[in-house]
Design a binder for this molecule. Structure first.
Ligand code: ATP
Ligand code: HMH
Length: 268
């Protein structure tokens, strides 16, 4: 058998191709990991917004996980849109049962246009079942606020939130800076229980940011699959998303997708 690194995404499908499963698989491929997917929900979505959501029955989510576990153990995995408490519980119990490692949890809650990708009553399940399994948790600022129940207004708040989330069991946390006010650079704060590290970026004023969070977490996951350390993985992911936002494709009339092949063209 070959030792090609395999990365798994457990997430929702974005018909528009810029976020969710589609962004994840494109990113895995770009960074040299063989991509696999477990689909939790199908969204009818484009750059203008989410028009409809159909959750996959939890038994079918479990069957997809089992098929992968029976044959194709992933070197790393990421979770994205999980939609409901029952899907979160099923995904968490299977990750535990199969003892999968290098688990990246992107706690997707709301799409850019405001659509709910995680039911409100599922947040507790996420905290209780999935956070303790996270090797790297990647909330944006509104998600970190939901998970901590605290307002995040400055750097000290972000550091406190990272510590709080570490206390809930996530081993490493990256609080992403995309949602900081436009006059601030998009600094991502990394915390592993000991070190606080700021990953700096250059803010690009653009509407072409559909799927930035998915792409960033997928890049971390791909890097873990190919054997990089968590800090190296976050470093590469930061460069990958910076390039992907810098060279937009200008597709659609709303929040357009990022450019998943920009990093390769520049660095590979
Ligand atoms: N305008 C921007 N310019 C440069 N980097 C950005 C910009 N917006 C976001 N980023 C970076 O992109 C990554 C994703 O962050 P962001 O906070 O946008 O995630 P998100 O809100 O989860 O995305 P999504 O819309 O997919 O849910 C982070 O590394 C962040 O710093
Ligand atoms: C399916 C899906 N997952 C995640 C996001 C968040 O960007 C989205 N818009 N759609």
């Amino acid at each position: 058998m070959s030792n090609t690194p395999k990365a798994l995404t457990i997430a929702g499908s974005d018909s528009g191709g810029g976020a969710g499963i589609q962004a994840d698989l494109k990113t895995f491929q770009e960074l040299g990991a063989y991509g696999m997917s477990v689909i939790t929900a199908v969204t009818a979505q484009n750059t203008k917004g989410v028009q409809n959501i159909h959750a996959i029955p939890v038994e079918m989510v479990a069957d997809q996980l089992k098929s992968i576990a029976d044959d194709l153990r992933p070197e790393s995995l990421k979770t994205g849109m999980l939609f409901s408490a029952e899907i979160i519980e099923a995904v968490s119990s299977h990750i535990e049962e199969y003892q999968w490692t290098n688990v990246v949890v992107d706690p997707v809650m709301i799409a850019k246009g405001g659509s709910e990708l995680l039911k409100k009553d599922a947040i507790e399940a996420l905290k209780k079942h999935l956070l303790p399994l996270a090797d790297i948790l990647t909330p944006n600022i509104p998600e970190a606020e939901q998970l901590t129940g605290r307002k995040i207004e400055n750097k000290q708040d972000r550091e406190d939130a990272a510590k709080f989330l570490h206390g809930l069991g996530a081993k490493k946390i990256v609080i992403k800076g995309g949602h900081l006010p436009n006059e601030n650079e998009p600094v991502d704060l990394y915390y592993d229980g000991e070190r606080m590290i700021e990953f700096e970026g250059k803010r690009i004023i653009t509407t072409q940011t559909h799927g930035t969070g998915c792409t960033f977490a997928a890049a971390i996951t791909a890097e873990l699959a190919v054997g990089k350390s968590p800090i190296e993985a976050v470093e590469t992911a930061k460069t990958f998303i910076q390039e992907a936002i810098s060279a937009p494709l200008h597709l659609g009339s709303g929040h357009g997708p990022t450019n998943h092949w920009a990093y390769r063209r520049k660095y590979q």
